[in-house]
Design a protein around this ligand. Structure first.
Ligand SMILES: CC(C)(COP(=O)(O)OP(=O)(O)OC[C@H]1O[C@@H](n2cnc3c(N)ncnc32)[C@H](O)[C@@H]1OP(=O)(O)O)[C@@H](O)C(=O)NCCC(=O)NCCS
Length: 171
């Protein structure tokens, strides 16, 4: 049995493994979510520095799922942190799909959000045709709260209230 990858706060030293993850899965992700664009890959270091500066300012909380070899298998991000709430986003490497990684990573991020980050709720959105993502949200306690269009496709908005008793802190 494989060891479960660890959810870690994004740090500058994750950069090389993160770039490999984004490059290797670019086409796979683009089938479900908007492509990041050529500029993202051409200026990866500078973009990452800007995101880490936003993280330092408390606007975003980025996490990577890292395996025992240091490879990035997924990302779980909380963005637009304001008024006790944030927007959840996630993506898992194609080669690690269907093993429950997104479900486990989102559960962990919810516990951190309630404990470490002191948030009282999370929001998310997915397209109607993203069955895997809808399964993940349903399993992790999110409920639909409205319709939305995402990149020209019909989608649903979700929300989840957080209970600070379910919270946990980073080791
Ligand atoms: C959505 C995504 C994060 C799911 O990651 P994952 O680690 O494979 O998810 P999990 O294994 O935790 O759970 C997925 C569940 O959905 C199910 N599923 C997968 N594809 C499915 C499909 N086409 N129809 C129905 N169910 C599906 C899986 O079987 C699994 O359920 P199971 O455990 O009962 O088998 C991943 O596919 C991904 O990164 N996709 C591209 C980016 C993206 O869509 N991000 C989310 C944007 S809202």
């Amino acid at each position: 049995m494989r060891a479960m990858p660890q959810l870690q706060r994004l740090r500058p030293d994750h950069a090389p493994a993160l770039l490999v993850f984004e490059r290797q899965n670019r086409a796979y992700f683009a089938a479900s979510v908007p492509d990041r664009g050529d500029d993202y890959f051409a200026h990866f270091g500078a973009r990452l520095d800007a995101l880490l500066a936003e993280q330092a300012a408390g606007v975003c909380l980025f996490h990577v799922l890292v395996d025992s070899a240091g490879e990035v298998l997924g990302r779980v991000n909380l963005v637009d942190v304001a008024d006790g709430s944030a927007e959840l986003g996630y993506r898992i490497a194609e080669r690690a799909a269907g093993r429950g990684l997104a479900t486990a990573g989102v559960r962990e991020a919810c516990a951190l959000a309630a404990g470490e980050y002191g948030l009282s709720g999370l929001r998310a959105a997915t397209t109607l045709d993203n069955a895997a993502s809808r399964t993940v949200l349903a399993r992790t306690g999110f409920t639909p709260c409205g319709e939305v269009e995402l990149g020209g496709r019909p989608g649903l908005r979700f929300e989840r209230k957080l209970d600070d008793e379910q919270g946990r802190r980073l080791p």
